[in-house]
Design a protein around this ligand. Structure first.
Ligand code: ADP
Ligand code: MG
Length: 554
């Protein structure tokens, strides 16, 4: 157990404060951080295993996704949380590569521990790591290949690589196509991808192969009136930001209405006004109307007579998406309504989608599909597949996949995967170490070794001898074979690009940066003190470092 200095002679801490200092603090932090990396280790790569998380009420999540695992796990050790942050950064910046990043951080700490045991000061190690990461990033840029934003084949390979080893793998060709279609739809003029424009909707039931891409969106509302038409080709769409209801008589508020006659007059005028609003909508040529609020019965009947589908209480998000997809303006005032305000959809249709409720009871679900919109700036992936757990895990893989394809389009730079970058970078870093000398050299060499944890783990997880595999892989890179990666089938090197294992540059770059930062931060700590309330920036959910158990708990 840690040496605790309670109220020592020079202590300025309160009686209750716990404190662990020096080597002990460091050793404790390093082992906690390494434990995090160990947890996710076996999930890495195409042959990685899944984990089942169970909470105290029996809810189950089955996942292969690094960040999901770490976020769902009940981890309270502060240093462990620093490593978990690495996976969160990775998730935010790219959406994929979370496991690799955490493994790298853990390995950087593991090799540092050996150096500390040999008497090398942590600050020398941190300095060596900074040297090494600069070299590594340069080598990474040199390894990167430029791609065209409409190089569909490469983009699909990137999408599929992110899905390998996950529940989505069996249908990864179809799903990769859907992802690329979706991301391509969301590319804006400045070359960035508008992630909000891509919606992934999952519906358990049927098979994954029934998933499809809709160049448009879904509105989960059924018509308020059974006789409304529900199928249109070439529909004019109106998005109305108000309601179509009669006003409530507000007795007592402001103008008071005292006699019945006055009330009737008010009601008549109100109804007339609403009638004229409805007429204006019908006259505009709108076929489909999305209304923010409710729709009065007589207005519904008027729409039925005119062959208009009017959906009520459509959420803001759905109205925004339909407007984006069809080019409709969001109209709040009908006084100046013109046909320019209407959007257009090649197809609007009500569809039945069997959706399972949370407890797995089948329930018929209807949705209105706005589809066939060549100019659409938004898209929806309609995901199907087996049970809720299956479809959830597929959705996580799809999200990763959307992240990598977006990063590849935005940056235009990709890398061979399958451990190729790690092997190439390790070589470059080792070479650079020769010119440094001194204690830092040892740290730079250790950095190279840590990088190799990537391909080593890939080999282990696919059942091959890690040492043999790494020797062969390194030899290939030494011989100038820069795209050589680890073939999970044989454990021998193969050309990762030819095999279609491609990742965006940003995945590896972010992983490198955040793993080194976290490892350096942990190495610099030589004192762990239980504090009072800490105000940690950006730590709004209280789950970040500083929260949870005291520094002694894990
Ligand atoms: P992460 O959370 O780091 O993305 P993954 O479990 O997705 O973890 O594994 C990613 C690693 O698996 C990367 O190094 C990637 O290049 C590699 N990989 C993915 N598909 C293949 C494949 N078909 N063959 C070999 N390696 C692959
Ligand atoms: Mg991945």
């Amino acid at each position: 157990m840690a040496r605790q200095m309670r109220n020592g002679p020079l202590s300025v801490l309160s009686k209750e404060s716990q404190r662990t200092a020096g080597d002990e603090a460091r050793t404790m932090n390093i082992s906690a951080a390494r434990a995090v990396a160990e947890t996710v280790r076996t999930t890495l790569g195409p042959r990685g295993m899944d984990k089942m998380l169970v909470d105290s009420s029996g809810n189950v999540v089955v996942t292969n996704d690094g960040v999901t695992l770490l976020e769902e796990m009940d981890i309270t050790h502060p240093a462990a949380n620093l490593v978990i942050e690495v996976s969160q950064t990775q998730e935010e910046e790219v959406g994929d590569g979370t496991t690799s990043a955490v493994i790298l951080a853990g390995e950087l700490l593991s090799v540092a521990e050996d150096l500390i045991e040999q008497g090398i000061h942590p600050s020398s190690i941190v300095a060596g790591y900074q040297e090494a990461v600069t070299t590594a990033k340069t080598a990474l840029d040199e390894l990167a290949i430029e791609i065209d934003p409409d190089d569909t084949e490469t983009l699909e390979a990137i999408a599929a690589t992110a899905m390998t080893g996950k529940g989505a793998e069996r249908s990864k060709e179809l799903l990769a196509e859907l992802v690329v279609e979706a991301v391509t739809t969301a590319v804006r003029e400045d070359g960035t991808v508008d992630r909000d424009a891509i919606d992934v909707r999952s519906f358990p039931g049927r098979s994954v192969e029934d998933s499809r891409f809709i160049s448009g969106t879904l509105v989960d509302k059924k018509p308020p009136h059974p006789s409304m038409p529900t199928s249109f080709t070439d529909a004019n769409v109106l998005v109305y930001e108000d309601d179509l209801e009669l006003s409530e008589l507000e007795i007592g508020a402001g103008a008071t209405i005292t006699d019945v006659e006055q009330a009737d007059a008010f009601a008549d005028r109100d109804r007339e006004e609403l009638e004229s609003v409805v007429d204006r909508i019908v006259d505009s040529g709108a076929d489909v109307v999305l209304v923010d609020g409710g729709i009065d019965d007589f207005a519904q009947q008027r729409f039925v007579d005119a062959g208009v589908l009017a959906l009520r209480r459509v959420s803001d998000d759905h109205r925004r998406r339909v407007a984006g997809a069809t080019g409709a303006a969001r109209v709040g005032n009908l006084e100046r309504l013109t046909s320019d305000d209407l959007g257009h959809a090649g197809r609007v249709e009500r569809e039945m989608i069997r959706e399972l409720t949370h407890k797995g009871n089948a329930r018929a679900e209807q949705t209105t599909v706005f589809d066939d919109l060549p100019e659409s700036e938004i898209g929806t992936i309609l995901l199907r597949g087996g049970t809720e757990h299956v479809v959830d895990e597929i959705e996580r893989a799809i999200e990763d996949s959307i992240g990598v394809v977006s990063a590849a389009i935005e940056d235009g730079s990709v890398l061979p995967g399958a451990g190729a970058p790690e092997a190439e970078l390790a070589l470059a870093v080792r070479e650079a170490a020769g010119g440094i000398g001194g204690r830092e050299q040892l740290a730079v060499e250790a950095f190279a070794e840590a990088l190799e944890a990537g391909p080593r783990t890939l080999a282990e997880n696919s059942g091959h001898d890690a040492i043999d595999a790494l020797v062969e892989l390194t030899a290939s890179h030494d011989g100038g074979d820069r795209t050589a990666g680890l073939d999970p089938d044989t454990g021998s090197p193969f050309d990762a690009l030819e095999a279609g294992v491609v990742e965006p540059l940003r995945v590896k770059r972010t992983a490198l940066e955040s793993a080194v930062d976290a490892a350096s931060m942990i190495l610099r700590i030589d004192d762990v003190v239980a504090a009072g309330e800490l105000s940690t920036a950006g730590d709004d959910d209280g789950a970040g470092p500083g929260a949870g158990a005291g520094p002694m708990g894990m």
